[in-house]
Design a protein around this ligand. Structure first.
Ligand code: PNS
Length: 160
């Protein structure tokens, strides 16, 4: 296993599903870079800086081997800049596999970057940031899905 990996995503917002993967990835890789894709074209609920801040607050207890960064552009370029050749992705089920397999093949082809998949813990496999945003807008329960500070930020943003 290589010494470092990048865990990329939109994290709009981060969920307990992301934290599940992060917590397990830090046990596998001495250095983990959590890369927040700013992707303004997706019209995110939270700015890249807000998403980075939420992640930093939640991973503070995980030690020195982990950092959070925002980036715009191709993941393979971030990998090259950082000298990191491994991506970590979580797989919730067959729907993810379909998309993730093709992204992994593409990233290997255009950047010689390998992807390591971690199976999401079953109790987290239904979580999705898109559901979380919708539930926040419509005023439903979120305590199963996101940490309390993220829930507060969602309620404030969604006005729910
Ligand atoms: O959390 P998400 O939205 O499922 O993450 C998707 C993400 C950020 C991993 C994907 O959109 C991505 O890799 N974006 C960076 C641009 C890039 O490298 N595109 C080529 C992928 S094959």
């Amino acid at each position: 296993m290589s010494a470092a990996a990048i865990y990329p995503g939109s994290f709009d917002p981060l969920t307990y599903g992301h934290l599940d993967i992060i917590g397990r990835a830090v046990g596998l890789f001495p250095r983990l870079v959590v890369a927040v894709v700013s992707n303004p074209s997706k019209q995110p609920m939270f700015s890249a800086d807000e998403r980075v801040g939420m992640l930093e607050a939640e991973i503070a207890q995980l030690g020195d081997g982990i950092e959070v960064t925002a980036f715009d552009g191709l993941l393979v370029d971030l990998c090259a800049q950082r000298g990191i050749g491994t991506l970590v992705k979580g797989l919730r089920g067959a729907g993810d596999l379909e998309v993730e397999l093709r992204m992994a093949q593409t990233n290997r082809q255009i950047g010689a970057v390998e992807t390591v998949f971690l199976a999401t813990s079953p109790e987290r496999s239904h979580l999705a940031s898109s559901f979380v945003r919708e539930i926040a807008r419509l005023g439903g329960r979120l305590d199963h899905a996101v940490p309390p500070a993220v829930e507060r930020a969602l309620r404030e943003r969604a006005g729910s």
